[in-house]
Design a protein around this ligand. Structure first.
Ligand SMILES: Nc1ncnc2c1ncn2[C@@H]1O[C@H](COP(=O)(O)OP(=O)(O)OP(=O)(O)O)[C@@H](O)[C@H]1O
Ligand SMILES: [Mg+2]
Length: 228
């Protein structure tokens, strides 16, 4: 089966300092449909850098990037931005919800930005279904300041899922949560893969990592498989 994404020999060199520094040094990463992949690694090892390349926020200095069968290694920025919003959903440590909007309105924002205006009824249905998938449909009308951290992160996950992305990219999504709430958020993220979505989860938490189908460690600029 063709992987959802396949990065080969990806290199990222940080310039702009006295001496250029190689952050990623020939990284290979393949994610299939329905697969959750954890990326561990010490602080500063380049995990967020890698996610920003996968999510088309940044471009590698060397290597190849295939999205399905399409070579997107050297995509012009405008096309990359379109692909980013169509095919990827992002979840971060901080939730980045707009606090004057309700949970439903926060999720709807992702639809407005990515696909233009859908008819109101369709938009509502998509938003409610995304909130329902992460178990917070009952909080649709609540504003973020009234929600717990775990609830806010679930709304943020609904926002990432509402466009039905092929890939979900999560950078330490439990970093701001206690263990129990974190476990719940990981469950919610992993359950998204049941619908065929791919997931890359950056985490410091071995327990969370080991719930994924594969665990990789980023070290010395390279990704290696870790036995679970
Ligand atoms: N914009 C930037 N300018 C300069 N250095 C940067 C920049 N972005 C990242 N770096 C450096 O690149 C290296 C990798 O950073 P990155 O944020 O990818 O690490 P990380 O594994 O995500 O760390 P953490 O676990 O702390 O989030 C670090 O040494 C960091 O200082
Ligand atoms: Mg990071």
């Amino acid at each position: 089966m063709t992987p959802l994404i396949q990065l080969t020999g990806v290199t990222k060199i940080l310039k702009g300092q006295k001496t250029p520094r190689t952050i990623l040094d020939g990284v290979d990463l393949t994610v299939h449909s329905g697969e959750g992949v954890a990326v561990l690694g010490r602080s500063g090892s380049g995990k967020s850098t890698l996610l920003s390349l996968v999510g088309l926020f940044d471009r590698a200095d060397d290597g190849q990037y295939l999205l399905g069968e399409r070579d997107i290694t050297r995509l012009p920025e405008r096309k990359a931005a379109a692909l980013r919003s169509a095919e990827f959903g992002f979840v971060f440590q901080r939730f980045f919800l707009l606090k004057h909007l309700t949970a439903a309105q926060n999720v709807a924002m992702a639809l407005v930005n990515g696909q233009g205006w859908l008819p109101r009824r369709k938009r509502r249905a998509k938003v409610l279904s995304a909130l329902d998938r992460v178990g917070v449909a009952h909080l649709a009308k609540h504003k973020p300041p009234k929600l717990s951290g775990g609830e806010q992160q679930r709304v943020a996950i609904a926002r990432a899922l509402v466009r039905e992305p092929k890939m979900l990219l999560a950078d330490e999504p439990t970093g701001a949560l206690d263990t129990e709430t974190g476990n719940l958020v990981i469950d919610v993220l992993h359950s998204a893969t049941k619908d065929g979505c791919g997931l890359v989860l950056v985490t410091h938490d071995w327990e969370h990592a080991s719930r994924m189908e594969r665990v990789l460690r980023l070290e010395d600029g390279q990704l290696r498989e870790v036995a679970v």
